[in-house]
Design a protein around this ligand. Structure first.
Ligand SMILES: [Fe+2]
Ligand SMILES: [Fe+2]
Length: 210
């Protein structure tokens, strides 16, 4: 290889250290010492976190593909749910909600709906936020009676304006998506949708969105 050849792909990829160096460094010991220069760097850190969120969530989603115990692994379950929503003509935000609805399971074994609802809250409607928050208890309607747990836990939410929205999601997209014979779209179909739905400008806490 000559000295003028192109860099190899591995040497061209920025490392996390490169990215950190590009951001600069803040210099306060306590946050009440923060300067405007520090805050400019703080902003860049959060903007970078925001830009990386789609890949972080897609990584969590891919990790669900390691299941052995479910009838289909939970990546497949998620792709089936998203595909069914997409083929029904649901809007892009709804399809992304269907795709990501279970990615909180590793972090929130007791409250996985809350985990993903909170992460996606700044990007989605109140109806879809509520759907994500409560979908685990709404799912028990479909299997609770057969396994000896209360199937009607969802009834405490009957007066919610989002009750039917959530019940429909579970009936049409979540509870049916463990079908080893269903042909779903590949993950690549949904990646641009995830990036578009999660595209948002960062604002400081309390200054517009969180
Ligand atoms: Fe779930
Ligand atoms: Fe699910």
């Amino acid at each position: 290889m000559s000295e003028t050849s192109e860099p190899t792909p591995s040497s061209a990829v920025p490392t996390p250290a490169d990215a950190a160096a590009a951001l600069g460094k803040m210099h306060f010991r306590k946050m009440d010492d923060m300067s405007r220069e520090d805050f400019a760097i703080l902003r860049k850190v959060h903007e970078q976190n925001l830009a990386q969120l789609p890949d972080l969530l897609l990584g969590l989603l891919k990790s669900l593909g390691g299941d052995e115990a479910y009838p289909v692994d939970r990546l497949t379950h998620s792709l089936q749910a998203a595909t069914r929503a997409h083929r029904d003509g649901r809007d892009e935000e709804y399809v992304v909600v269907a795709l990501l609805h279970d990615v909180g399971e590793a972090l929130g074994p007791l409250n996985h709906g809350e985990v993903i609802a909170s992460v996606l809250h700044p990007f989605i409607s109140e109806a879809n936020y509520w759907l994500l928050l409560h979908h685990p208890v709404f799912q028990t309607y479909f299997y609770g009676g057969a396994v000896g747990i209360n199937p009607n836990g969802r009834e405490v939410y009957r007066s919610s304006p989002y009750f039917e929205h959530t019940a429909e999601f579970c009936a049409k997209y979540d509870e049916v998506s463990f079908d080893r014979d269903y042909r779903h779209e590949p993950l690549e179909t949904f990646i641009p949708m995830v990036r578009r739905v999660l595209s948002k400008k960062w604002t400081p806490p309390g200054q517009g969105q969180g």
